[in-house]
Ligand binder design. Structure first.
Ligand code: UD1
Ligand code: MG
Length: 452
């Protein structure tokens, strides 16, 4: 087994994005596209990863947080020049190099592995090119192959702008991704010139140079989705849609029921158990797991939440990061939960905010209950004991503890701890005036009719 290094090109200007955020950091399914790619690469356990960057270096540095090296390409003189910029970072490395594009995020690990395997096959090709057949190849470099089926070799790589009419008629296109042995790669690159229509150093020319040395170069062909690039916001949305389509099918294959799959949006890391039911119009942000038999009802927005077995959420619930719902807990309509745990079978069925709180098993949070967790400067905790009953429209002013089996009367504003088993009632004494309203209405009616 040879070692693998990945060079990820990301020095292009990304002008079509019209963004202050680096193109490869735009998210799909809640994760920057570059990180989707990195996750696929990481499954190959690469020895080294080098990201070639131009402008926006600081943003990439922050996003990568030391997980890859950065090589600067400034100015940008083409894909061949970009790969050369990684030479220093790979000095001493003599394994297989995978060349990837940061804006081509959904290359499966299996495809990368297939490229590496092809590179190490008995016929020892100099370069493996990842090719595909798009519906319309306009704009792509073309891969010209010859030879009997199964024995094809690439005879020429040609960019759209340099192609003849006959070459333009070829559909097989260059994804841009390649696998090359490190020693071959940098020796071939050193011979690439910029004598072409764009005056750029084309990476593709290493194939033409290897051919002229009498070496064999071959293509591995893949599904267009796997090598689709993202250059504009429209393409970003298109890829998001395509990704979601696949994820929904995967969710259903995994045993979840989606009533209207096209209205459910998953994050890259959403985990779903068996027999989960998801009603229409549900959005999952990152960090959500849903255990078996849970029901997510219509119109919920959920992120950073752990939803236990048999829980019921929504309709119209919002679960924010740090939410933990233990088995069979229920969060109903217009309830927001943030950084709070609801114990087994606890219920908050209507119109509540539960933030920075722990709610014991079987506790019942009445309609309109608010944990007042913030004073404008600091956040405070609310702890509600097992089996406690919080009456409707209560304000629990944190920090505050409500004891086990305690009852808080409806409409209470609780500022001091409530002991186990206690009733806390925080309301003004009621004054009762029989007949007062009738007398008031009579008097006012007479006044209005001028008889008063
Ligand atoms: C390149 C290929 C083309 C292929 C196409 C697939 C070459 C010469 N052409 O074309 O055959 O069909 O990709 O999309 O390789 N980049 C740098 N530095 C540079 C130039 C580019 O880092 O100086 C990066 C870009 O950020 C991008 C990738 O390389 O991730 C491809 O650049 P792009 O300009 O899109 O390549 P094309 O010219 O379209
Ligand atoms: Mg270009």
């Amino acid at each position: 087994m040879t070692q693998i290094a990945a060079i990820i090109l990301a020095a292009g200007k990304g002008t079509r994005m019209k963004s202050d955020l680096h193109k490869v950091l735009h998210p799909v399914a809640g994760r920057p596209m570059l990180m989707h790619l990195m996750a696929s690469v990481d499954a190959l356990a690469p020895e080294k990863k080098v990201v070639v960057v131009g402008s926006g270096k600081a943003q990439l540095e922050e996003a990568l947080a030391g997980s890859a090296e950065l090589a600067l390409q400034e100015p940008q003189h083409g894909t061949g020049h970009a790969v050369q910029m990684a030479h220093g970072a790979l000095s001493g490395f003599d394994g297989d190099v995978l060349i990837l594009y940061g804006d081509v995020p959904f290359v499966p690990t299996a495809t990368m592995q297939a490229m590496i395997d092809r590179l190490n096959a008995d016929d020892a090709p100099a370069v493996v090119v990842l090719a595909f057949e798009p519906g319309d190849p306009t704009g792509y470099g073309r891969v010209i192959v010859e030879g009997a089926k199964g024995q094809e070799r690439i005879v020429k790589m040609v960019e759209q702008k340099d192609a003849s009419a006959a070459e333009k008629a070829v559909k097989l296109s260059n994804s841009g991704l390649m696998a090359v042995k490190a020693a071959d790669l940098f020796a071939l690159l050193a011979r690439v010139t910029n004598d072409n229509a764009q005056k750029e150093y084309y990476l593709t020319d290493i194939v033409n140079i290897a051919n002229s040395d009498g070496r064999r170069c071959v293509a591995v062909t893949t599904d267009p989705f796997d090598v689709a690039g993202i250059n504009s916001r429209a393409q970003l949305a298109e890829m998001e849609g395509e990704w979601q389509k696949r994820r929904r099918i995967q969710a259903m294959d995994g045993g979840a029921t989606l009533i209207a799959p096209e209205t459910v949006w998953f994050a890259y890391d959403t985990v779903l158990g068996r027999d989960v039911l998801i009603e229409p119009n549900v959005f999952f942000g990152p960090g959500v797991s849903v255990a078996d038999n849970a029901k997510i009802r219509a119109y919920c927005h959920i992120e950073g939440a752990m939803i236990g077995e048999g829980c019921e959420v929504g309709p119209f619930a919002r679960l924010r990061p740090g939410t933990v719902l233990e088995e069979k807990a229920k969060v109903g309509n217009f309830v927001e939960v943030k950084n709070a745990a609801l114990g087994q079978g606890a219920k908050a069925n209507h119109l509540s905010y539960i933030g920075d709180a722990t709610v014991g098993a079987k506790a019942n949070i009445g309609a309109g209950t608010i944990t007042c967790n913030y004073d404008g400067y600091f956040k405070y905790q609310t702890v509600i004991g097992e089996g406690a009953f919080i009456g409707s429209n209560s304000a629990l002013i944190a920090p505050v503890k409500i004891g086990r089996d305690a009852i808080v009367a409806a409409g209470s504003a609780v500022t001091r701890d409530v002991a186990d088993g206690e009733l806390r009632l925080v309301r003004a004494e009621q004054s009762v005036k029989p007949g007062w309203a009738d007398r008031f209405h009579d008097a006012m009616r007479r006044k209005k009719e001028g008889k008063g």
